[in-house]
Write a protein of this length. Structure first.
Length: 419
């Protein structure tokens, strides 16, 4: 479904992907990302957030924390970055980008707390009092007070496997009393995830989860206990069409990620949403076995939100050839390591052809390259702004690392292009 949205709403990205791959500018196993549309989507999200009085923390993990995407989104109206783990924080620090929220969904490891607190995030989410004490010690050493969010849960809340954690709603008075005994942290609000349901069918209407109601009750309890609440953070499935619902319920902060990329589950079902798709997976036919063609892997990701959805690929040595040559991607084949994309029928795929795929991903979970490009809107020249490896390191033409300071200077030049 996402590939169809790309064909309908951003075909120039697919055309550019083939040109860059066939000319050797980008290798197989690359996510190509359209910066022009990133800017367009960021402006849509920022305008709606401003209209509703919401603060936006940008979820950068989906696009592997690429600094061009983050910087352009912030330059065009989004507020700061949310670091879902310390790697997100470190990548933001590497490229001098501001982090607003840390500690959710991964708590900060004990011995990394001082370095993270030194970045002065707006808030840090805690799941337990041990982290509150470590953050308090670090903030005391730096001479300031750090704001905290409590992750709160109650019976009936929804969590993805492996993402559970936080304080039970009944613990709030005890937590307030314990944090009040610390001198360099204070409770500023509450959060949970997911606060919005992820649609699995086209007829499902967006709705909030029980988690949002839990944190709203928790915020009310905190206020009764004398805590000044400045943030009700409600992440999950956030796009422009979701923001009014969250604002209506009382959220103050939202965390768009796939909304910026134009690939929330809602975007798969609805081709008229304001955000357009911004990325495609680019690889190359390697060889054949029987009736199947094998392309290089490394970026395969099975989207659990839209079960049973079909995924295809476009294959060819140029756009005219590829756009009429759709083949089946055998996504249900289980691989311990995704060395290859298996496609069928193989006789429609020549060795060396480009294969283009479109599906919802988490790029930080792949070992793919990232290729941010500009110039796809209007009649401008298509430009590749470095190739990045899976560790978010910019590479030169010999695939050697580029100084982050040089990259940051170039990012500022690119941002000025869109001003």
């Amino acid at each position: 479904m996402y590939l169809q949205r790309l064909i309908e709403r951003n075909p120039r990205l697919l055309e550019a992907a083939i040109l860059l791959h066939q000319s050797g500018r980008i290798p197989p196993n690359t996510w190509i990302i359209d910066l022009d549309t990133i800017v367009e989507n960021a402006r849509v999200l920022a305008a709606e957030a401003k209209r509703l009085g919401l603060t936006t923390y940008l979820m950068s993990k989906q696009y592997s924390r690429n600094p061009y995407i983050s910087a352009l989104a912030l330059a065009n109206g989004l507020d700061k970055i949310v670091a879902v783990d310390v790697t997100c924080s470190l990548m933001a620090r590497r490229y001098s980008l501001p982090v607003g929220h840390m500690g959710h969904l991964n708590q900060i490891p004990r011995h990394m707390v001082p370095a993270m607190v030194a970045m002065h995030p707006d808030v840090i989410t805690i799941y337990n009092l041990e982290h509150a004490r470590w953050i308090d010690n670090a903030a005391a050493d730096l001479g300031f007070t750090q704001d905290l969010l409590l992750r709160v849960h109650a019976p009936g809340d929804i969590f993805f496997d492996g993402q559970e954690g936080g304080f039970s709603e009944s613990e709030i008075p005890t937590v307030v009393d314990a944090v009040a005994r610390l001198h360099h942290v204070r409770i500023a609000g509450v959060t949970s995830f997911p606060c919005v349901r992820y649609n699995h069918r086209p007829d499902e209407r967006p709705d909030v989860t029980p988690n949002l109601h839990t944190i709203l009750r928790a915020a009310a309890t905190l206020k009764k206990l004398g805590v000044e609440i400045t943030q009700i953070n409600a992440p999950g499935n956030t796009s422009a069409i979701i923001m009014p619902m969250l604002a209506h319920y009382g959220a103050t902060h939202v965390e768009p990620g796939h909304g910026l990329l134009g690939t929330t589950p809602n975007h798969a079902f609805n081709g008229t949403l304001p955000e357009r798709p911004t990325y495609a997976y680019v690889t190359e036919i390697s060889h054949h076995v029987g009736d199947r063609a094998y392309a290089y892997g490394g970026g395969l990701f099975h989207d659990g939100y839209i079960a049973g959805s079909s995924v295809g690929a476009l294959v060819g040595s140029n756009w005219e050839e590829a756009r009429g040559n759709g083949v089946e991607y055998l996504q249900e084949i289980k691989q311990i390591i995704d060395y290859h994309v298996e496609l069928r029928p193989g006789n429609r795929c020549k060795v060396g052809d480009t294969a283009l795929l479109g599906y919802r991903t988490q790029m930080q979970m792949t070992r793919s390259y990232i290729a941010p490009v500009s110039g796809l809107s209007g009649n401008r020249e298509v430009r590749l702004h470095y190739l990045f490896d899976h560790a978010n390191t910019a590479l030169d033409e010999q695939f050697d690392p580029v100084d982050p300071a040089k990259v940051r200077a170039h990012i500022d030049e690119v941002a000025a292009m869109y001003a």
